[in-house]
Design a protein. Sequence first.
Length: 324
Amino acid sequence: MFFSVATLFTLLAGEGLPRNATTESVGTHMGPAVDVPSPGFWDSEDGVRRGGQAARIEVDDADLNDGMSTWYRLAYVHGGTRLQVFEHSPVATVGPESDMMRIETFAWRLANEVVEPEHRSTAPDHVPGWARVRTGNTDGPSAGLIMALAYIDLLTPGALVGDLRVAGTGGIRPDGLAFPVKGIDVKVATAMLTRPDVIFVTRPPKSVENVTIVQSQKERIPAPGYTVGAWLNVAGYEQAGRDAAGRPGTAPVVVVHDLRQALAWLCGRTAGASVCAAAHRSVGIRIGDKPQVAAPATIIFGPAHPLGAPDIGIPCGELVYTRC
């Protein structure tokens, strides 16, 4: 399914949404900053409609949030009919054995491996209370990748990628593997409403055109003679980030299969000292012993907003959530 111009204008401008409409999100009880009708995404397994949510990552110590770059975790809502963006979420209420808490612990440990030793937490194996991501009662593993990136930001002085707005979905394993998750298309549609500079996903959405492939190995474990960085083609991702920096006004959807690839892309996109240092350190993390398969990496370049205002004759100033 590809988005029609009319549908996407509805998403961006909020056409058909009553001014006094109120909603309650799955996973939070705070009002959405953006709330528009879902154009009709369906679960292929059980035929149930899906909505989507994007929530800005905040940690429990509110004083730390302003010093971070902007990161959005993405989720689909089973049976949902809306696409919603939340700038604030309540504290996490799921238990320590939940998928959310397990994946958050993986993300925290990885972040502590990636950052410089002097920036690591004194409790690198367990997420301290002040660093817990505010996820309400949302559960599931799909925020692992974006949490790992946000935690690297939290542990590093200054905003890791400056004023870049980064949305993403994908689970995370202890060795950095970003594993596939469900609901990619509705998540990408929702992410577009966050005014992103990049969207990280673990497989290509069906609803976005203009695909560019960054070649990487399919097998997880590096063959003899390969470094981790060469096996994952982090140099290719860094170059892709530089290419994206030369395309102002675009919001690429980048398919990654490893945290190192996302960091390399962000390094190329920003040339920031902190994120590039993290990217270069990350290739020193050993890949686990169990073989796991990853598909070839993909980068999908799209417009800054899904409509492409110049193509439909609508002045950018009349559209919502655009960078013209």
